[in-house]
Design a protein around this ligand. Structure first.
Ligand code: GDD
Ligand code: MG
Length: 361
């Protein structure tokens, strides 16, 4: 039975974001800022491609109050939001099961950390025309070992799903992109109230039971932003126009993107593409080079240099300090002439004394 209206979307946003610590200690991964905008807004923007979706269910566990604080009830998001907080982490499948009472038809599920330009309308269309129980978006990657490896047959049906394959188990380059269309009638196989993985149990079970499980291979931009390197890469890709995410920044040129209410000294050098957030202050002789992202309300003192780094909101960067390939959280204070090298990631409210030298080595 296929319902064409009243679709729901479930955003799986309950993980701990361990690989992005310390950034995710205060800011859960789904609301980590991308150019000053909570990441999951981007996914809600994508969901608006499907007019039948009338509600987004945020499936939460870790720090739900922080997510509510940032996202509210969808006033800025454009779709009504329902919060579902699991009593304990139920895993990706258990989380969907927990949302089952609120699902009344074909449902779109999204991992909360994938940056993509997927044509969701086309995915839903494929799901319906195949009368599928489940449809999964796949993307090609160079090394599938950090993902769910998905094999397909000549008809485009999923023939094997192997989560986090060992190197010797890699048989193809297509992986689970973390975007699914599911019929809720298929959720009966998930036990209630226990930890259950959609990747390790639900998908393999569809294959075992010969259900119609269809792959949609997408060759467009795709990135899981869940590690510091990938988080930096996502910003670079948007700035360079590889991921044309108009919602994040308005320009696709190589000029710096400068938001409103910034104070820029005329002697500051800004090399684009880079991003300077609302209300930030850039003093004399500051040097900001390409792919740098400065959050709102941040103050950068004279002669400081920012190279390929991401600075969240309300930081203070002292005179002559230098950041190169680093990510620093909200409200950090970097003392004068401190040097932070590639791979350094500082959590919110970090204080670095003047002349400190930090690098990942
Ligand atoms: N509600 C809830 N409860 N959400 C959860 C839970 C949970 O217990 N565990 C994880 N999540 C959410 C995370 O917040 C994230 O948005 C999503 O589920 C996926 O979890 P990750 O921890 O990011 O998984 P991964 O990146 O290692 O692997 C997954 O994503 C890959 C694509 O990026 C798998 O789905 C792979 O198969 C896939 O290739
Ligand atoms: Mg992930």
């Amino acid at each position: 039975m296929y319902h064409c209206f009243d679709m729901k979307a479930v955003l799986l946003a309950g993980g701990f974001g361990t690989r992005l610590r310390p950034l995710t200690l205060n800011t859960p991964k789904p609301v980590v800022p991308i150019f000053d905008r909570p990441f999951l807004y981007h996914q809600i923007d994508l969901l608006q491609q499907v007019p039948e979706i009338d509600e987004v269910i945020l499936s939460l566990n870790y720090r739900p109050e922080r997510i509510k604080e940032v996202v509210g009830y969808g006033e800025d998001a454009g779709l009504p939001i329902r919060y579902l907080v699991e009593p304990e982490p139920l895993g990706t499948g258990g989380a969907i099961k927990y949302a089952e009472p609120y699902l009344d038809g074909t449902t779109i599920v999204f991992n909360g950390d994938v940056l993509t330009e997927i044509d969701l309308g086309a995915v839903v269309e494929r799901h319906r025309s195949s009368r599928a129980t489940a449809t999964i978006v796949l993307t090609p990657v160079n090394n599938p070992s950090a993902y769910g490896l998905v094999e397909t047959d000549s008809q485009g049906n999923v023939s094997r799903f192997l989560e986090k394959p060992d190197p010797n188990e890699i048989t193809c380059d297509t992986i689970n992109a973390g975007i699914y269309v599911l019929e809720p009638t298929s959720l009966h196989r998930i036990p209630t109230g226990t930890k259950y993985s959609i990747e390790r149990s639900y998908f393999p079970s569809l294959i075992d039971k010969n259900e119609t499980f269809v792959a949609y291979i997408d060759k467009g931009y795709w990135l899981d932003i869940g590690t510091p390197d990938k988080y930096l890469q996502g910003h670079r890709d948007i700035l360079d126009g590889r991921c044309e995410s108009g919602q994040f920044i308005q320009t696709s040129s190589n000029d710096p993107t400068i938001e409103t209410g910034t104070s820029l000294d005329t002697s500051a050098r800004l090399e684009g593409p880079c991003f300077i957030g609302t209300g930030s202050t850039i003093h004399a002789d500051v040097n900001i080079t390409r792919h740098s992202v400065i959050g709102s309300g941040t103050i950068i003192e004279t002669e400081a240099a920012i190279h390929q780094s991401i600075v969240w909101s309300d930081c203070h960067i002292g005179q002559g300090a230098c950041l190169d390939g680093t990510i620093i959280g909200h409200r950090c204070q970097i003392g004068a002439y401190a040097e932070l090298g590639p791979g350094v990631v500082l959590g919110d409210d970090s204080v670095i004394t003047p002349y400190s030298k930090l690098n990942d080595a």
